[in-house]
Design a protein around this ligand. Sequence first.
Ligand SMILES: [Zn+2]
Length: 115
Amino acid sequence: MNKTTATNAQGRQVLERIARIGPFLPASLTITRTRCGNPRCRCAKEGPIHETALLTWKEGRTTHTLYVPRNLRREVAQWIAEWKKLKSLIEHMGAAQRQFLQTRKKNNGKPSGPS
Ligand SMILES: [Zn+2]
């Protein structure tokens, strides 16, 4: 049995969509405002006015952060969007395989009729 065919139509569709996923990054991007630390800057009086983008992600129980420069924000946001897409496809694949398993059980382990 070819491993790539051990699914149903729904599963095949999900696999095709997974194949089209671009570079992905499991993390989140948070835009916050900070003070720059320069006592002569406007922010010393007015409060945090400098927009800064931070990438955060977890490794085990530790949360890591990484500064993302403005010119890379859009690209990084896209990687994160791809990750979200992939996560949802993984859920869909799970549903397809569970359904496939139910069908196989009903047919005593044989693949369902000619399809
Ligand atoms: Zn400042």
